[in-house]
Ligand binder design. Structure first.
Ligand SMILES: Nc1ncnc2c1ncn2[C@@H]1O[C@H](COP(=O)(O)OP(=O)(O)OP(=O)(O)O)[C@@H](O)[C@H]1O
Ligand SMILES: [Mg+2]
Length: 301
C-alpha cells in the first residue's frame, strides 16, 4: 500500500527548473532512500511533500491526501527532520521535544526517556546553547518519540558523529519493524544502502534510477586493491573488470558486483598478501550511469 506518491512533479524557480517530472512512491513499512548530490532537488521535493512549497505542476499525495491542500491533516501523522535544525533558542531541549511530541498527539514518556539516553542528550539545556549535532538530536528524539506513520528525514545525520549515526540507524530500523514508513534523503550511497529497501537517485531535478538495491546492483562496482606474491596476469581479460591501474606493488581496479566471485578466485591463484575493498561511491554510480547512457542500452566498457 502506498503511503506517499508523487507523480510527474515539476518545480520552477523563475526560469530555473529545479524538479522536472519527479515520480516517487513510498509503500507502507518501507524505508525509501532518496539520494543525489548537492543541489539535485532532494530538499525541494521534500518541501513540496511537506506542503511548504507549491509544485509548479504534478500531483503529490501522502496518506491519499493532497500535500498542499490537506497539509494540516497530513502533519498529524508525519514527523520531519531536516539536516539543519533551527530551534527556539530560549526553550530547553526537553521542552522542545515535549512540544513536538504533543503536536503529533503522542504521549509515550518511556520512549522519550529511552531516546534521550540513547542519543546522550542533556534535555535541560537551552536550545540556544546547543551545538549543531545536539540540535539534530533534539529533532531526532522528537521525531522518533512521536507516534508518526511516516518519517521524512532530509539528511538527518549531517551533524552526528559515527556513534550517534549508529543510534540513528537503530531508530530507523525499529520504526520500520513497527510498520512505519520512512523517506530518507542522503548524498551518501553506502549509508542509504545499509538501511533502505528501495532507492531513487535524483540528479539535476530528474530521477535517473529507481528500484530495489538488487535491481540497482548492476550499477554498482566494488573498488579493489590487491597485492600478490606473484605478478597477476590476465585480469584485463576477465569480464566485469574495469579501470586497472598498477600502483604500490599491486593492482587497483573496479569489479562489477556480479563478477566479484570469479575475479576473487582468479586473483587468489597468485598468492594474495593484501586485499582492500571499498564500496561503490555515489560518484562511481553516476559515472556508470553516464557511460551506459552514452553507449546505448546497458553499455559496458
Ligand atoms: N527558493 C529557491 N529559489 C531559487 N532556486 C532554488 C530555491 N530553492 C532551491 N533552489 C535551487 O534548486 C536546486 C535544488 O536544490 P535542493 O535544495 O532541492 O537540493 P538538494 O538535493 O537538497 O541539495 P543538498 O544535498 O545540497 O541539500 C538547486 O540548484 C537550488 O539552488
Ligand atoms: Mg538538501
Amino acid at each position: 500500500m502506498s503511503v506517499l506518491k508523487a507523480t510527474n512533479v515539476t518545480k520552477r524557480f523563475g526560469d530555473f527548473v529545479a524538479l522536472n517530472g519527479v515520480d516517487l512512491e513510498v509503500n507502507q513499512g518501507e524505508i525509501y532512500g532518496f539520494i543525489g548530490p548537492n543541489g539535485a532537488g532532494k530538499s525541494t521535493t521534500i518541501r513540496i511533500l511537506l506542503g511548504i512549497l507549491k509544485a509548479t505542476s504534478g500531483d503529490a499525495k501522502i496518506f491519499g491526501l493532497d500535500v498542499w491542500k490537506d497539509a494540516v491533516e497530513i502533519h498529524k501523522r508525519l514527523a520531519y527532520v531536516p539536516g539543519d535544525v533551527n530551534l527556539w533558542p530560549n526553550l530547553t531541549g526537553g521542552e522542545v521535544i515535549d512540544l513536538f511530541v504533543k503536536l503529533r498527539g503522542g504521549n509515550n514518556k518511556n520512549k522519550r526517556e529511552e531516546l534521550i539516553e540513547k542519543f546522550d542528550l542533556d534535555p535541560t539545556k537551552k536550545c540556544g546553547t546547543y551545538s549543531k549535532g545536539n540540535r539534530q538530536k533534539v529533532a531526532l528524539v522528537s521525531a522518533f518519540a512521536s507516534d508518526a506513520d511516516l518519517y521524512i528525514l532530509d539528511e538527518p545525520t549531517s551533524g552526528l558523529d559515527p556513534l550517534m549515526e549508529n543510534v540513528f540507524q537503530q531508530c530507523v530500523t525499529e520504526a520500520k519493524q513497527e510498520g512505519k514508513s520512512i523517506l530518507l534523503s542522503s548524498h551518501i550511497l553506502s549509508e542509504v544502502e545499509k538501511l533502505c529497501d528501495r532507492v531513487g537517485i535524483i540528479r539535476q531535478g530528474e530521477i535517473i534510477e529507481s528500484g530495489t538495491l538488487n535491481e540497482l546492483r548492476h550499477l554498482t562496482r566494488m573498488n579493489l586493491f590487491v597485492e600478490t606474491r606473484q605478478p597477476i596476469t590476465r585480469v584485463a581479460e576477465l569480464n566485469g573488470v574495469h579501470n586497472i591501474e598498477e600502483k604500490d606493488n599491486g593492482l587497483s581496479f573496479q569489479v562489477d558486483t556480479e563478477s566479484l566471485d570469479r575475479v576473487i578466485q582468479h586473483v587468489s591463484q597468485f598468492e594474495v598478501v593484501k586485499l582492500e575493498s571499498a564500496p561503490p561511491t555515489l560518484e562511481d554510480l553516476f559515472m556508470r550511469h553516464y557511460e551506459s547512457s552514452q553507449s546505448g542500452v546497458g553499455g559496458r566498457d
